[in-house]
Design a protein around this ligand. Structure first.
Ligand SMILES: [Zn+2]
Length: 382
């Protein structure tokens, strides 16, 4: 992942998220190695000479350099064991959209071939995907991950609509990876701990990473102290996607979501009791959020604080805020607003205000009574 080192070890780039760019790379590696990268094409190796292969990846959608990720290792592509699974996957994965749709003047972002304006992309429930893992985990991947990918991708599409990215690689990373998962454009790292932790853990984590395609990647934070825009949404959406992927009846989904909310509430209370108050704040830059210095640099408060990594505040307070809004507005109103929000802001970087403002504009009756719930809005307290 380039983000912890601002990608400067990989290629010359600009630090602030607003300096978005496209990229492409040709990577040479020993033929026994697999090269995966944030790229919209499912690259296959080309043999250069005996024992040496070349992989080419590219993106056409400009994104912050911090979202770029590359992985090189000794893995194998895991394929379904039985024909029926493969048939099912083939049936549900429509052929990739062919036409080059440039939504000049239609979307709010700079011009690139945008899936939101491409009719064959908007109806694609399941995007093409591959899974990679060490050979020793092939069986575990076939038993859990491969069974979950299509239902989870399809669930995400049923909630949010168009998949912002045309394809997805999922790579199983070692259990010592610093988190259970990590999403980058076209590439998700899933920890071995999640893979072997049972269907439920694997499914919820996969749903969380899939949600980042919309929140965190297609819509990024203009100021990374507003990490909740990525993690709060993904945490809230993982429950919603997972309930749909399991095809739970409404009362079962609610029961499962209440249980998870209760566990998260305990976790948040523990954190509030046992962490420095200055780290419990969602927007540490407060009114300076989104400010860029004259030289163009932006500072991420607590960015170098080692304790910050262990904090769940952006996940949990963000999650409880969104859960509150969904309950307050009703699922139908909230999720139809969310689809509208994604349609408006994909391909762009936002601040909390963009979300709040559009929400207030679109929910007139809420706007009238906003005083009552703005009091509960964690953003007000930071
Ligand atoms: Zn667009």
């Amino acid at each position: 992942m380039g983000s912890p080192i601002n990608n400067r070890a990989f290629f010359p780039c600009q630090e602030p998220p607003v300096a978005m760019s496209t990229w492409q790379a040709t990577v040479r590696a020993a033929a026994s190695f697999v090269v995966l990268m944030s790229g919209e094409n499912s690259a296959k190796p080309t043999q250069l000479r005996e024992g040496c292969s070349s992989w080419h990846y590219y993106v056409t959608m400009p994104m912050p350099a911090s979202t770029f990720t590359i992985a090189v290792g000794s893995w194998t592509e895991v394929k379904p064991e039985t024909c029926s699974l493969r048939d099912l996957a083939a049936k549900r994965t429509l052929s990739p959209p062919e036409a080059d749709f440039r939504c000049v003047g239609v979307c709010g972002h700079v011009a690139y071939p945008c899936r939101f304006q491409n009719p064959s992309a908007t109806t694609q429930e399941v995007i093409p995907h591959r899974a990679f893992a060490p050979v020793s985990l092939t069986g575990a991947c076939q038993e859990t991950l491969l069974q979950l990918l299509s239902p989870c991708l399809s669930a995400a599409h049923s909630v949010l609509g168009t998949h912002p990215f045309s394809r997805l690689d999922v790579l199983i990373v070692p259990a010592n990876f610093p988190s259970l998962g990590m999403a980058s454009p076209h590439l998700v790292f899933l920890s071995q701990s999640a893979l072997t932790g049972g269907r439920h853990l694997c499914g919820t984590r996969l749903c969380h990473e899939i949600a980042h395609a919309w929140f965190g990647l297609a819509i990024g934070a203009r100021d990374w102290t507003e990490e909740w825009l990525s993690e709060g949404f993904a945490t809230h959406l993982e429950d919603v996607f997972w309930a749909k992927a399991q095809q739970l009846a409404p009362h079962e989904a609610q029961e499962q979501q209440e249980l998870r909310a209760s566990l998260r509430w305990r976790r948040l209370q523990d954190e509030l009791r046992n962490s420095p108050e200055q780290l419990q704040v969602l927007r540490p830059n407060k009114e300076k959020t989104g400010h860029v210095s004259d030289s163009g640099s932006s500072v991420i408060k607590h960015g170098l604080n080692p304790e910050k990594v262990f904090m769940q505040v952006h996940y949990l307070k963000g999650y409880f805020l969104l859960r509150f809004l969904a309950k307050r507005l009703g699922d139908d109103t909230y999720f139809s607003f969310l689809r509208k929000f994604v349609h408006t802001f994909h391909g762009q970087l936002i601040l909390s205000q963009d979300f709040l403002q559009m929400l207030l504009e679109n929910i007139p009756e809420e706007k009238r009574s906003c005083g009552s719930w703005a009091m509960c809005f964690p953003l007000r307290r930071g």
